[in-house]
Design a protein around this ligand. Structure first.
Ligand SMILES: Cc1cc2nc3c(=O)[nH]c(=O)nc-3n(C[C@H](O)[C@H](O)[C@H](O)COP(=O)(O)O)c2cc1C
Length: 259
């Protein structure tokens, strides 16, 4: 089976995509490149009629999970911390598409996003079951056919760097993932006038992925590849550009501290 066929088969009984909840996990919020790529994806998604809400984790107060398991025993499904997470869990329960938009930090998700993930434990029940892949799992507390699209960006120019992040998210969400949109060399977007064609093709990939999520219920491999396609033929050009930028930032900082 091709990836597209697998996704089609996984989501056969899922129903239409109507309501998307985006969890945006960049500490830079709206100012970063995660949001830039997310905007394109949402252009395709909402343009095809899906309602969406973006939740910026950097604007919320979400504490670390305390590991008390009250959400499994004393108050099943409810966390004892009265911060911004309980209402967010309600939003997750009522959405039929989750979009996790999070940049790569240290080969993984950001700390903000990891706190969010840990605090979704109330969505599972404590019992141990054998999952479809033969590995131990917890049953979902709320049965629903929720889809998940992952959007991630990183600084380095290769998609290989997303390996650990993908592995981490595929483990719990294997049967929900309908798209993995990865944008390497995202910081280069600031200088997009130097590579307009490859930049536009990648952004078209994000728009197409949004439209496909709405219309097909999953993202095709072709759209994923377009979103991730290299901006530069030769990384040496990218290194030169990036290193010039960092040299000038260092010089600016030095002259400010000397002034
Ligand atoms: C603490 C930290 C860790 C990072 N780790 C990686 C990394 O492991 N690999 C990588 O390619 N980029 C890494 N980056 C670069 C970010 O992925 C990049 O700056 C990205 O654009 C951040 O997303 P944002 O613009 O939406 O905030 C890191 C950045 C920071 C601040």
């Amino acid at each position: 089976m091709t990836r597209d066929e697998e996704r089609k088969a996984t989501t056969r009984n899922f129903g239409p995509v109507k309501k998307a909840l985006v969890i945006q996990g960049s500490p830079r919020g709206r100012k970063g490149w995660t949001d830039h790529c997310l905007d394109k994806y949402l252009e395709g998604l909402t343009g095809a009629g899906v309602e969406s809400e973006v939740v910026y984790l950097n604007k919320l107060n979400i504490g670390h999970c305390l590991g008390c398991f009250h959400c499994w025993t004393k108050t099943p499904g409810q966390c004892m911390q009265k911060d911004d997470m309980p209402p967010l869990l309600e939003k997750l329960i009522s959405a039929d598409l989750w979009v996790y938009a999070v940049p790569l930090y240290f080969f993984s998700v950001t700390g903000l996003f990891k706190d969010f993930l840990d605090r979704t434990v109330p969505l599972a029940e404590p019992f141990l079951i054998e999952g479809e892949n033969g590995l131990t799992s917890h049953p979902a507390r709320y049965k629903g056919n929720v889809r998940l699209v992952i959007i991630s960006v990183c600084g380095f120019p290769e998609t290989d760097h997303f390996g650990a992040l993908l592995d981490m998210l595929r483990r719990p969400y294997r049967n929900m993932i309908v798209g993995e949109l990865l944008r390497p060399a995202a910081e280069a977007i600031v200088a997009r006038e130097f590579f307009p064609e490859t930049y536009s093709r990648a952004m078209d990939g994000f728009i197409r992925a949004g439209r496909e999520t709405a219309e097909l219920g999953y993202v095709t491999e072709a759209a994923e590849q377009a979103a991730s396609a290299p901006f530069f033929e030769d990384n040496r050009f990218f290194y030169q550009m990036a290193n010039q930028y960092w040299t000038s930032e260092l010089e600016k900082a030095k002259s400010r501290s000397e002034a």
